[in-house]
Design a protein around this ligand. Sequence first.
Ligand SMILES: Nc1nc2c(ncn2[C@@H]2O[C@H](COP(=O)(O)OP(=O)(O)OP(=O)(O)O)[C@@H](O)[C@H]2O)c(=O)[nH]1
Length: 332
Amino acid sequence: MPLQQVVPTIKPVKSAVKRSRLLIVDDDPTQLRFYLQGLNDVYHCQFASSASEAVTFARQFPQPDLIILDVVLPDVNGFEICQILKEDQLTSHIPVIFVSGQDDVESKLKGFEHGCVDYISKPVLLPEMQARISTHIKLKQQTIMLESLAYTDPLTQVGNRRKYNETLQREWARSIRYGQPIAMLLMDIDYFKQFNDFYGHGVGDDCLIKICSHLRDLVNRPGDLFARIGGEEFVILLTDCGIEGALRKADEVLRTVSMLNIANQGAPKLDRVTLSIGVAVTTPKHQEEPLTLFQAADEALYEAKHSGRNKFSVSKLMDGTQTSDSLANSST
Ligand SMILES: Nc1nc2c(ncn2[C@@H]2O[C@H](COP(=O)(O)OP(=O)(O)OP(=O)(O)O)[C@@H](O)[C@H]2O)c(=O)[nH]1
């Protein structure tokens, strides 16, 4: 029997999948030619013939939307490659389909145990493969959409509290592992109740949207985060960032909001919208919980509020964060 049975092909709907990227990992030239002829006009295909190439390409941006992985490869077998990809935070989200001449149940189960979403036995039937690829790409796109909804604040379109919680847990663990500092800026709009009372809730919403759209642009390093964690409460998380970097960012935030120049005639003292910031920085140790960082930032925020607002205050609770003048007024 030829390597691939010749059957009429059913082309996937191009509009739904045409921009999707496939990483195809196989060392057999005949098989690669088959993939090239059958898939390359619909998908953006990239080919790898070894484990190291596969892992490198999977980590490179733009990343593949799906990986087709031969089980038998010259260096490391496909199961092990799949495990490496699934254990790597950068590649764990990419669905893997195994292709193998081993079509016994044990091999298939082993594939699923190593994290694949599907297992196709050789000889590969092109229409079946196309249908499976198309299905898994659509499922992946739906998952991305649902995840994005679950982690996004619907009003401002920035990260929500869930996103903040998960990012903090992850980056806290990473900071412990690498002995790096992590900084938190906890921010709260000043006199926002009066703003709402004076202008109405709809204008209040517009104000939140505007502030978020500008503050999110101040946070762009991978691992860092800007999120809305309450009504008019936001957080910036800065990874591998010491006190100097955190203070610079706090100053940048105050200046950015000040430059927006949003009137707040409802406020007793300040005639435009401002916010107050609590800053906390630490290099976490194994036994410490991320909540300590939040509590320190919250204490500092309280101090900033009660010493006049439109300023940042630095926590005195955390090691290495004390400054001679912990309360710095940066109002402009
Ligand atoms: N428009 C709008 N207002 C919100 C939203 N979430 C919370 N708020 C309002 O934010 C206000 C927060 O009031 P407070 O907690 O008293 O804080 P504040 O008036 O800013 O006072 P300070 O923080 O002490 O300066 C309340 O009036 C809430 O109704 C929202 O999604 N949209």
